[in-house]
Design a protein around this ligand. Structure first.
Ligand code: TGC
Ligand code: FAD
Length: 386
């Protein structure tokens, strides 16, 4: 039995959602799976080519309406994230940052001109975006950011450094959050603007099939129209994070499912003490526990998706979903790794790649501790961040 069949989760999807899931899986099987271990090993990703491929199947900004976007539902977007992350978290990251962070920021807070200029090309994968919130000294606490936006006549001048930015050096446009006189504001910084530079961060041992960069803003001069008019305060960037975190609730279960499928197949083939590994009670207990966690995680993801489609999904629930599903996916990946023995540490199987990727997923888009504190605040009414 396929692990996701245990809880009959497929039956909760519409025909359209199942078709989308199948279409994304086919693209991953054709364009990503044969190469992804190699990209991970070399730490090099053909991001531009991949963006075009992903744009051609319509997954970039697929949950947004208009401007070349498909306007699909939350669960449809979720199952696409699931299939992408079953291939590699880095691919889901590319899509999350493009669609849920950069495009969403423009779609939600941008002017009509900004939307028309950027969204259709970004949906097609012709242009890439990134989202610069984190700084070297302010990750969990973005409200402390030091990047500033100062008025000079009608222009803006930006100074500061952003750190750990996915798609940074390949982006045509960076959505940069900076402190202005009236609070935190978002700015669209086109690549090549004088004073702007992006440097890739090397020596990662997680999320290697993903571009991660530092953004340097040294007196970057922008016209007045570069500011996103609809966002003021921390609620601007945090509103985008809700979108991307939602995709991860599904995505993490994709990585977990890929590990579980690999471990099931391996345990059926591998003989230890003259019997298949799968025939031992200890193995079956591990497999059963993992199938339960994946099943529960999928049910939670679909439930949150349906709430989002009804407009009743709250940030606390998104935090609960991200906290649970990433934590459990990482646990599943580590347990699957044990079932593969020494083979589990090689890139011949996807398991260790998923496990080390999920270490990043546990940290970005709000660490597990931050999400626990968000849920804790919702339960007690007492904020414990400071
Ligand atoms: P706090 O006082 O709670 O709130 C400040 C303002 O923000 C509003 N707000 C939210 N709005 C929308 N959605 C949410 N989830 C929101 N949470 C808070 C809040 O209502 C308030 O609005 P207003 O109008 O009253 O001013 O803020 P705080 O400074 O105490 O911080 C709260 C905390 C810690 C939860 C928040 O700072 C946080 O979430 N920190 C984690 C930062 C984070 O997740 N960074 C991610 C960077 S992007 C990334 O990692 C991309 S990875 C690549 C990929 O996705 O693949
Ligand atoms: P810190 O905030 O310094 O946290 C260190 C530890 O302290 C963590 O365990 C944390 O949970 C804990 N901690 C923090 N506050 C508290 C508290 N109040 N109580 C208890 N414990 C606490 N950011 C972007 O803006 N855009 C991107 O595209 C992006 N992509 C990323 C890609 C990768 C591969 C990675 C690894 C990160 C990316 N990030 C991005 C940054 C990411 O969002 C931050 O790393 C994350 O928010 C945590 O910030 P930090 O690393 O500064 O850790």
């Amino acid at each position: 039995m396929h692990p996701s069949a245990l809880f009959a989760v497929d039956g909760l999807l519409t025909d359209e959602e199942r078709d989308i899931r199948q279409a994304v899986r086919q693209v991953c099987d054709r364009e990503i799976r044969p190469h992804v271990a190699g990209w991970f090993e070399t730490g090099e990703l053909p991001a531009r080519e991949l963006a075009r491929t992903l744009g051609s199947v319509g997954v970039l900004g697929m949950h947004l309406d208009g401007y070349g976007c498909a306007g699909l539902g939350a669960v449809a977007y979720g199952v696409a994230c699931l299939e992408l992350e079953a291939a590699d978290s880095g691919l889901r990251s590319l899509v999350s940052v493009q669609g849920s962070l950069a495009m969403y920021a423009i779609w939600k807070y941008g002017s009509e001109e900004q939307k028309r200029e950027w969204l259709p090309a970004m949906a097609a994968g012709e242009r890439i975006g990134c989202f610069g919130l984190t700084e070297p000294d302010f990750g969990s606490d973005p409200g402390g950011m030091r990047t500033t936006a100062r008025r000079d006549g009608s222009d803006w001048v930006l100074n500061g450094t952003k750190m750990w930015i996915t798609n940074g050096s390949v982006a045509d446009v960076s959505v940069v959050w900076a402190r202005a006189e009236d609070g935190i504001r978002g700015f669209l910084v086109p690549a090549g603007t004088p004073g702007f530079a992006a440097h890739d961060l090397k020596h990662k041992i997680s999320l290697r099939a993903s571009v991660t960069s530092e953004l340097v803003l040294d007196g970057v001069r922008l016209p007045a129209e570069a500011m996103l008019p609809g966002a003021r305060g921390l609620s601007g960037p945090l509103g985008c994070l809700n979108e991307a975190r939602f995709g991860i609730v599904f995505g993490a279960m994709g990585a977990a499912l890929d590990c579980l499928e690999t471990a099931l197949a391996y345990a059926a083939e591998r003989e230890v003490f003259a019997r298949p590994l799968a025939s031992y009670q200890l193995t079956q207990a591990k497999l059963a526990d993992m199938a339960l966690e994946v099943g529960k995680g999928l049910l939670l993801a679909v439930h949150l998706g349906r709430l989002k489609e009804r407009g009743t999904l709250t940030p606390e629930l998104v935090s609960a979903g991200k906290l649970n599903n990433v934590r459990e996916a990482l646990d599943v990946a580590r347990t699957c790794r044990t079932l593969l023995g020494a083979s589990g540490i090689t890139l011949e199987y996807p398991v260790i790649r998923h496990a080390v990727n999920l270490e990043s997923v546990l940290t970005y888009e709000g660490t597990s501790e931050i999400h626990a504190l968000v849920v804790g605040r919702a339960l007690t009414g007492l904020p414990a961040f400071h």
